[in-house]
Design a protein around this ligand. Sequence first.
Ligand code: AMP
Length: 582
Amino acid sequence: MLFLELAQTFERMEKTSSRLELTQFLVDLLRKTPANIIDKTVYLIQGKLGPDHKSSQLGIAEKIVTKALSLATGMSKNEIKSRFDKIGDLGDVAYSLIIDKTQSTLFQEDLTIEKVFDTLLKIASSSGVGSLDLKIRYITSLINNSSNLESKYLLKLILGNLRLGIANFTLIDALALCFTGDKKNRKILESAFNLSSDLGNIARILAEGSLEDVKSISVSLFIPIRPMLAERAADSKDALNKIGGKCLAEFKIDGERIQIHKKGQQVELFTRSLENISSNFPEIAKMFADFDSNEMIVEGEVVAINPANSKYLPFQSLMRRRRKYNIQQTMETYPVLLNLFDIIYYDGQNKMDSPFAERRRLLESVFGNVINNRLRLIDQMEVSSIDEIEMFMKKALEYGSEGLMLKNPNSIYRAGAREWAWIKLKKEYSGTITDSVDLVILGALYGKGRRVGKYGALLLGSYSKEDDTFYTICKVGTGFKDDVLDNLYQKLSNLIIHKKHPRVQPGALSMDVWFEPTIVLEIISPEITLSPVYTTGKDMIKPGYGMALRFPKFSGNIREDKAPEDSTTVKEILEIYRNQLK
Ligand code: AMP
């Protein structure tokens, strides 16, 4: 199948802000895609070369792409740069530069989806001496063989900025419609996705097999599972009611969740957004490789500790371990402690359907003898009264935890689900949100005074899983140090979009710039109020009104460990609002 067909679909998608239309374009495209390339097509639609945990990532530097575009078009790099400064996107620059070669016979060969995919894979995976020239040659040759429309989307793919607003959710809808004719089957596809994190593979199974084959997808070692999530309760009484009385309470530590897969000496670590971060925590990988047990998938919260006194360090310190370079040195300055809290797979057996209490016992029997100053099981206690919860909460806070996690002892592990089987209970709310929320950046206003040339206020949003949409909730401009603001400005510049995003509900707000929802910030605010301006919870409490954070302030934590879909949900915000009124 020709890449031109994909480029034409992208062009249609770029022009719409309607989710329904996006889904329909996807269905039309998937229907005519041959089964043997449907996985590659799905990855390209996602702007990827494979599932996040496996593939080499696109996102080639602008400098390299500029050089290739210059070689292919004969236009100087300076001219390209000045057009880029005006238009803001190299794909669009290519579109304006390249004559529509579909009219002519200049092509050396037709670009097929397969050819493009394979070449992009070579570009993304070439490294070492000479790889720069090689990348430029591949990109130049792709441009030479493409029309203006094709090069526009080729370059957006290569740069990693396709930004069509297609989320997993939309793709799952389209796959259900295309292959089963019924959107209701999205549930089955979603469950398979929660276990396998690979929509390309699911598409291929659907195209070559059936829905029954998708149902049989199960846990596999080295394929990250979407983590089970917790609901948020207002206070111990509320939590105890919702969890049904007796439960297992655990310390809730503010670190980073990691999922560890081990088979013999092979160990891989994944974040909660399913990225492979094995190289950031080499000491954990080694500890598990040396561990005398065969196959397992376990989960825990990793936290940076002060090497002098073993006290927990704030989340920002842990984020230093996310950097690519000088790992050895950061490893010494910021040692980490892993607090295990779940076991999902052990010795060839899927443990997801075992009750939580049983999984905990297994965890204890497997790790009972290896507890040390770098690895422990999370502190746990059985509780059945408010007094017991409060006593354990006090201990947790003294210890440096941010609160408690209450877990239903009979609950199974439901990948990707946020349910009342797990409840997070941070410090008592006492009528205000002493607790923080995690919100995604949706737009910005340009700054004034000291902040000219930067963003003055950022528009933030919450997430609604029900319709996979981000809703606005506040503008924040305080709490930012200058270097953080500079850094954010750089990152956000690469996320600018030029239309209303299909997954954002902005209401009547107008901003200077809009972004692809990507970056999650931790925000503190004393209160949630009703507001006619913002769309979070619109009409749910009072007609014409949504919810707003009052006096929002950035806590200093950019939640690099969270995907935009991990932001605080509209449901949680409503819950906090209702609890304020109690
Ligand atoms: P939140 O990010 O506020 O929605 O809280 C959920 C997160 O708390 C999980 O994804 C884990 O990263 C973290 N966490 C800390 N302690 C625990 C625990 N004992 N059990 C489960 N998750 C925990």
